[in-house]
Design a protein around this ligand. Sequence first.
Ligand code: G3H
Ligand code: ZN
Length: 293
Amino acid sequence: MLVPLKDIMQDAVRRRYAVGAFNTVNLEVTLAIVRAAVNLRSPVIVQISEKTIKYAELKPIADVIRTVSRHVGGDVPVALHFDHGRSFAAVRECVDAGFSSVHIDASEQPLENNIAATHQAVDYAHRAGVWVQGELGVIFGKEGLTKLRGVAAARQYLTDPAGVAEYLRATGVDTLAVSVGTLHGAFRGRERLDLPRISAIAKVAKVPLVLHGGSGVAPVQIRAAVRRGIRIINVDTELRIAFTQSLRRTLGKQRGQYDLRTYLGPATLAVQRVVEGKLKVFGSAGRAVSRSR
Ligand code: G3H
Ligand code: ZN
């Protein structure tokens, strides 16, 4: 069942666990995420990016998520989120399409522009009762790292705890994406969380903190981050890897196979298992309270 993000986050904040925000691109990945949430009775966030909107079109993919949440999700709370919106126009479209929350990512712009763009998004979204995620500090991926020439240089773009309170006051965002050592993509063993930085940010931030780049981060690090105040964790790459590896395996074994269901089925299940593993580590498994009681 689709719900406003606020409904999910109130319990996560009170009981100090993190909610997984998983990227989808189609029906199969959406089924995998929602089935995992149902299996483990966990709240979950299903999110799409601008690239996915280009690929699947906004209304069709939003409707896929909505209908899977209703017909497969049952009473498990699911939030529909727009991830890494770079423009006001894109954010506005998602608000108008009935999303639970939107992310305005102006983090690579100078601070003043980041604040102005984020404030504009908040102003619009709040009138529709939609939550907004802002981003302070920059989270890099493979491309950005190549430009920067390595992981070490990315550290100067980590979120400065000293600027957080003012950013929150000036923008009015409801959740905050922070740069605390993760990267977009699965860089196993190279992503080291700056745990004291998370604590310092959590001390001044009165909104749920969002950890991007959740793929490839060791469970022990994730658990420590949750203990220190991370309340939403984004995961994308690990789902894509699970899906693609499964497809390669099945198609490699069955070269004459043309029934899509025979290879999409196992790939969907592979994604579901990855999501289930994450929900356990994040501490959200078993937190979806039954509304029929
Ligand atoms: O916004 C999406 C994420 O931050 C996903 O990062 O691909 O490293 O899991 P990831
Ligand atoms: Zn991200």
